[in-house]
Design a protein around this ligand. Structure first.
Ligand code: FAD
Length: 428
């Protein structure tokens, strides 16, 4: 099952090591302290630094070591609730603005690659979403066909007889192709965003966990184990890793493990036959599955919610490999070179959240789809903190829901996953 070079480590950092940052004591003060050095923190920090505010980014681990350097690199329109659902909750006008921002987020990442020429292997490869039951094929097609006018993304329906154009798998009952979706190399994106923030004058401290954020008059004292930092503004950019230093946010974020395996190198012609044109693939299962070829077209990177609370990615290899073989039976004997996991940050309304009051800001909760959203809303919250135009966001108008008795430990996940697996097995 395991290749000779197997490691429980992220595939992406093999050719794009995480950026180096000093690990010593932080400076005594900064105008802005950002907690978390993923896409959100890196993009926000650049904006506050460009606005002339001394900006310090602190991370408990290495730069980008949360989700940002370890995700699947799939880029899609990332607002989960339908426009109708959002309209029912918040009114049609706000729903439309939320959708417009969702579209802008993808366009913003495309502009970073094409216009600003940041190198992160941006590829407009498209995404095929397969239906794992005939019933869900109908639902998938209906969903694509009823996108709100003027706010939809291009799509093509591929019935079962044509799905070989997108994937060579017997598992699906047809699906929908979204040709405008893209893929990135997540760790290269971290490196590019870090380099831009550093060039704007942002200071970093890695391996410098924030233990507490305390108000002190009109300022904050950000306590780290390497010493305190005084700041006028603080941004919580910790997403699925939000911990005790931000209890209000922690009550609103549900950390969910997501797991990926990278196969051993395969024949490139085989990978191209199984997944033509290097496409992203997702499907209709509730227990999420996502996969794609590696940028060099030699491996398949197969991810999903393989467990509820497991932090040892190696333990998830058998399940993920079995799921891979369900999709591609001819890969039943393939060996695995890498396995890794990370915590995505879900919210109770399945929407990201951005806002702030009296100097304490937040931007998080991308519900597993932060590659476009974290880079987009991270920039927005940075502009908001700097008082610059462009910081307005429809997200700031949403309430950020919590639940009674929930303090950040998702005790209900194992039961929920069992329920979802049952629904998936029944094709609901
Ligand atoms: C396996 C996996 C696959 C995914 N696939 C996709 C995908 O294909 N497409 C997509 O759009 N999204 C995907 N995502 C989600 C996406 O990666 C995230 O939404 C995005 O990276 C969030 O960025 P962020 O900067 O907000 O958070 P993160 O990158 O998670 O950064 C948060 C940081 O906060 C730090 N931190 C936490 N607490 C403290 C503290 N007390 N002190 C200091 N630092 C602290 C953490 O160390 C961490 O580095 C995936 C995620 C995972 C885990």
């Amino acid at each position: 099952m395991y290749a000779d070079d197997y490691a429980a480590d992220c595939y992406w950092t093999l050719d794009a090591p995480l950026p180096q940052a000093p690990g010593g004591a932080p400076p005594a003060s900064a105008d802005v302290v950002i907690v978390g050095a993923g896409y959100t923190g890196l993009t926000a920090a650049r904006e506050t630094a460009l606005a002339g505010r001394s900006t310090l980014v602190l991370d408990a681990g290495p730069i980008g070591g949360g989700c940002s350097a370890r995700n699947g690199g799939q880029v899609a329109f990332s607002i989960k609730p339908s426009h109708a659902e959002l309209a029912a909750r918040h009114g049609a006008a706000l729903a439309t603005r939320l959708y417009e921002e969702g579209l802008e987020a993808v366009a913003g990442l495309r502009a970073l690659a094409r216009e600003e020429r940041l190198d992160f292997d941006w590829r407009e490869c498209g995404c095929f979403v397969g239906a794992h039951s005939p019933r869900l094929y109908g639902a998938l097609v209906r969903e694509a066909e009823t996108q709100p006018a003027g706010l939809g993304v291009p799509f093509e329906v591929l019935p079962r007889a044509r799905q070989h154009e997108a994937i060579d798998s017997p598992l699906y009952h047809g699906g929908v192709l979204y040709p405008g979706d893209a893929s990135v190399h997540p760790a290269k994106l971290v490196r590019a965003l870090h380099a831009r923030a550093a060039a704007a004058g942002v200071e970093f401290r890695a391996h410098c966990e924030v233990a507490a954020i305390e108000r002190d008059g009109g300022e904050f004292v950000v306590r780290t184990r390497l010493g305190p930092v005084r700041a006028r503004q603080v941004l919580v950019a910790t997403n699925g890793y939000t911990g005790r230093c931000a209890p209000w946010h922690r009550r609103r974020i549900i950390p969910i493990g997501s797991y990926i395996i990278a196969t051993e190198p395969l024949d490139a012609a085989l990978v191209e036959r199984l997944i033509p044109r290097g496409r992203n693939i997702g499907d209709t299962r509730r227990v999420v599955v996502y996969y794609r070829p590696s940028p060099d077209g030699r491996r398949i990177l197969f991810g999903g919610r393989a467990a509820a609370r497991e932090t040892d990615a190696t333990r998830c290899v058998p399940r993920l490999r079995r799921m891979l073989a369900e999709v591609f039976p001819e890969l039943a004997a393939v060996r695995v070179s890498r396995a890794w996991m990370g915590f995505v940050g879900f919210t109770f309304d399945t929407m990201p959240h951005l806002g702030g009051r009296d100097g304490l800001y937040h931007c998080l909760g991308y519900c597993g789809q932060g590659v476009p959203s974290a880079t987009y809303y991270g920039r927005k919250v940075g502009l908001l903190m700097a008082g610059r135009p462009g910081g307005e966001s429809a997200l700031a108008e949403l309430p950020f829901p919590a639940r009674p008795f929930y303090t950040g430990n998702p005790w209900f996940l194992p039961a929920a996953i069992v329920g979802y697996r049952l629904r998936d097995a029944l094709g609901w």
